[in-house]
Design a protein around this ligand. Structure first.
Ligand code: APR
Length: 256
């Protein structure tokens, strides 16, 4: 492992710009469950309940979903979740000018909470802190919609056009936000190394942002607890906790 750690530091040190690609595993130490880890969300709820088709056609599902947000079960704006040491270490790398950008699959907004400016974070699966009308596109802070739910509107509709409201996260069956996708591809094109943290790299097209550079020879370092679906493409794989390994990598690379 020590040799792997040294090799990872050399890769990250040599690269002028590193693409950061994060998944749910970077936020578990902040108290947010991942999806496919040992007690991941998909072991407790049916992913099919998170498809856009069901959400739009099933008022009872929408009411359950708003209730879960209100009770903080979906770590939304009501949950008091804070960035952890891995997020802060990434911010240190970003502040030092080391990153071409942060591409995340997470919807928790914790990279921005840790200090990375919003325009340097590409949120491929959206952000749970915003909500919008599926009809006219009007959007609000999720807290504003939850205040309506708390006041008794179990399935709040758009006040402008009367259509359905959903949090601005990408559900299965929905396209990725094109602006975020475009930003992510620019960040990937500028990268001379890729650092993946806390993802099984099994969901597409998101995972391609990290895998495409690796396939054309850009060295990829993976920090993950357990296997990912593409460990074979990594130049170095560090199997362990992000909250431990990422600060150590950042300190080594920044010479602190
Ligand atoms: N440190 C390092 N790795 C961790 C930690 C940790 N503290 N905690 C969990 N992990 C690992 C898990 O073992 C798992 O391999 O992080 C990985 C998380 O993988 P997933 O749960 O599949 O999450 P992710 O890759 O982000 O999923 C991608 O799938 O369901 C969709 O939209 C959802 O964005 C999500 C996408």
């Amino acid at each position: 492992m020590k040799d792997d750690f040294v090799a990872a530091c050399e890769i990250l040190d040599r690269a002028r710009r590193v693409l950061l690609f994060t998944g749910a595993g970077i936020s578990t130490e902040s108290g947010i469950p991942d999806f496919r880890g040992p007690d991941g969300l998909w072991s407790r709820v049916d992913p099919a309940d998170f498809t856009i088709g069901r959400y739009l056609n099933d008022p009872e599902l929408r009411k359950r979903r708003w209730r879960m947000h209100l009770d903080g079960e979906l770590w939304g704006s009501r949950s008091v979740v804070r960035p952890n040491r891995a997020h802060h270490a990434i911010t240190d790398l970003w502040r030092a000018g080391k990153l071409s950008g942060v591409v995340t699959q997470n919807i928790d907004g914790l990279h921005q909470e840790a200090g990375v400016s919003d325009d340097h974070v590409a949120e491929l699966h959206g952000n749970i802190r915003r909500a919008h009308c599926v009809g006219c596109g009007e959007d609000w802070a999720t807290t504003e919609v939850l205040a309506r739910v708390e006041a008794g509107e179990a399935d709040p509709m758009c006040l402008d056009c009367g259509d359905i409201i959903k949090t601005s996260t990408v559900m299965f069956g929905e396209p990725l936000p094109m602006n975020e996708w475009g930003t992510a591809l620019v960040m990937a094109a500028q990268a001379e190394a890729v650092l993946v943290i806390g993802s099984t790299l099994g969901v597409f097209p998101a995972a391609d942002v990290a895998l495409e550079p690796a396939r054309r020879g850009v060295p990829m370092v993976i920090v993950n607890l357990g296997p990912t679906e593409h460990d074979h493409l990594a130049r170095v794989k560090l199997d362990g906790m992000a909250g431990e390994l990422v600060p150590q990598l950042a300190q080594a690379v920044l010479g602190r």
